[in-house]
Design a binder for this molecule. Structure first.
Ligand code: NAP
Length: 508
């Protein structure tokens, strides 16, 4: 019996479908996609009529491919050990297709395989093509899929649907992002395009909207009148590992800030949407991004770029970025960034600084948003020459997912000094389990056809508009790197940058 029929616990109405993963022998498929499919399958959330085809270039039988996936799931799935009963039946729905991305014969054979599997698994012609490949291959793959009628023309009525999921990066700058869009839109419609930003699949990121608009008490404070500033931190303690060649093309701004950080910022800064419809939410996010004040020449000079040198991380020696594999010995690529931006709209009044700090090989792995409120009038409890601590609301995105609020409290006893205390909510302890992996949620959403948690083309473009001038400035202004040691919180200039505004980075 099909294990998905057996469990059948899906809460949303999911059409039967066939999933084709391009780049099925790659790192991302092994580490993220295979564990996500396995876990949602095991939980009975996939459609009962489902099949999956892996597409890549190396020679492999179906059995070898299934065994490779099983090994990856055993290494990377959040649930362990692998459920052999479930897997032994589920794997019968998984197949391998060997081809080059640009080979007509390969797509001809793929079309035949898809038609066969469609009949065998009653997937009713519904298809998702997941492009877990370098972006340079996106145009040729969608062109071939269209040529062999594997993706449908949305202008013609069909009973079945087809969708294409793409992995970042979505362009290298404003121009290339526009070019990529134009190339894709020759063969697929925007409504068929799902741009994965896995940060949006994280429960903690989704919860930003629920927190803001599902509780009456915060929204009235959520503006320039009550908020002093916002700090967004995305810190990793790991280096670039085996991704040297990729990182030499990208750098931290393109890899993390232009996409993940700006998605978080837009959820923090947006107005309440008219409804929870994807288009209404995307519209509000784009409005915030459009309200961000463009950087000036002066801003460019104050934005801090860093690159890690040798140091210590978690008590062990760590090499510098320039010593990593496939990195140029004189590389100008940034692995750290600290900047300040303002949102010129009614809510934020252009006066609330949003400080962003992101980097690799920092002291700790942590991503969070801290909303720092304005000080209470100091007339009653202020001690001489001592400011009371501001209230801080912290949304912890990863790890230790949760929300905390720092408030001032009276220390018990006859004298009444104030002491900041923390009210803390932790997902793990409250709900008894860690949140599911982001990819699990996103998989279900693109199968269902809900693109709320995917980046829309104008979000991507608006974000590139903000950062492309900075990238151009950097290209003509070389830096003396490295300028921070592994295991620290980045260059000292980042501290000086925020100190100029009489503020400090949060100690994490
Ligand atoms: N890895 C991550 O954590 C991560 C995170 C976010 C985004 N991404 C993005 O996701 C994409 C995939 O990343 P990855 O790390 O999985 O890459 P990868 O490990 O290099 O895998 C590339 C895959 O594409 C296949 N392939 C390459 N050229 C091909 C061709 N001409 N014809 C057919 N198949 C070909 C490879 O097949 P063979 O092995 O058979 O050659 C392999 O399956 C990249 O664009 C990356 O930027 C990756």
């Amino acid at each position: 019996m099909n294990p998905l029929e057996e469990t059948g616990r899906s809460t949303r109405n999911i059409d039967p479908c066939l999933l084709v993963i391009f780049g099925a022998t790659g790192d991302l498929t092994g580490r993220k996609l295979a564990p996500a499919i396995y876990n949602i399958g095991k939980e009975g959330l996939l459609p009962a009529n489902f099949a999956c085809v892996g597409f890549a270039r190396r020679e492999k039988s179906n059995e070898e491919f299934r065994d490779d996936l099983k090994k990856s799931i055993s290494s990377y799935s959040r649930t362990q050990p692998i459920d052999d009963n479930f897997w032994s039946t589920f794997q019968e729905q998984i197949f391998y297709h060997k081809s080059e991305f640009d080979s007509d014969e390969g797509y001809e054979a793929l079309a035949k395989t898809i038609a066969d599997l469609d009949k065998r698994f009653s997937t009713r012609g519904n298809r998702v093509f997941y492009l877990s490949v370098q972006p340079k291959f996106f145009p040729i793959i969608v062109e071939k899929l269209r040529k062999f009628n594997l993706i449908y023309d949305v202008t013609k009525e069909t009973e079945s649907w087809s969708r294409v999921v793409i992995e970042k990066p979505f362009g290298h700058d404003l121009k290339s992002a526009g070019q990529l869009q134009d190339d894709l839109h020759k063969n697929i419609d925007e409504s068929q395009t799902y741009r994965i930003d896995h940060y949006l699949g994280k429960e903690t990121v989704q919860n930003i909207m629920v927190f803001r608009f599902g509780n009456a008490i915060f929204e009235s404070l959520w503006n320039y009148k009550h908020i002093d500033h916002v700090q967004i931190t995305v810190a990793e303690d790991i280096g670039i590992g085996t991704r040297g060649a990729f990182y030499e093309e990208e750098g931290l701004l393109r890899d993390v800030v232009q996409n993940h950080v700006m998605q978080i910022l837009s959820l923090i800064g947006m107005e309440p949407p008219v409804s929870l419809k994807a288009s209404d939410i995307h519209d509000e996010k784009v409005k915030v991004l459009k309200s961000i004040r463009p950087f000036t020449e002066e801003d460019f000079k104050s934005i801090v770029r860093g690159q890690y040198g040798p140091g210590f991380v978690n008590g062990e020696d760590a090499i510098g970025y320039r010593q990593e594999k496939n990195v140029k010995p004189d590389s100008q690529i940034e692995t750290f960034l600290a900047l300040r931006l303002f949102i010129d709209n009614w809510r934020w009044g252009g006066t609330v600084p949003f400080y962003i700090r992101a980097g690799k090989r920092l002291a700790k792995r942590t991503s969070e948003v801290a909303i720092v409120f304005k000080d209470a009038p100091g007339v009653l409890f202020q001690e001489p020459n001592k400011k009371s601590e501001p209230n801080v609301l912290t949304l912890r995105i990863q790890p230790d997912e949760g929300i905390s609020m720092k408030i001032n409290c009276k220390v018990p006893g006859p004298s009444s000094p104030l002491q900041p205390v923390k009210m803390d909510f932790r997902y793990g302890s409250y709900f008894g389990q860690s949140p599911p992996e982001a990819y699990e949620r996103l998989f279900l959403d693109f199968i269902i056809g809900d693109n709320t948690l995917f980046a829309r083309t104008d979000e991507v473009e608006t974000s590139w508009k903000i950062f492309t001038p900075l990238l151009e400035y950097w290209a003509k202004t070389p830096m003396t790197f490295p300028n921070y040691a592994c295991g620290t919180w980045g260059p000292k200039e980042a501290d000086e940058m925020i100190a100029k505004d009489n503020r400090t980075w949060r100690k994490l």
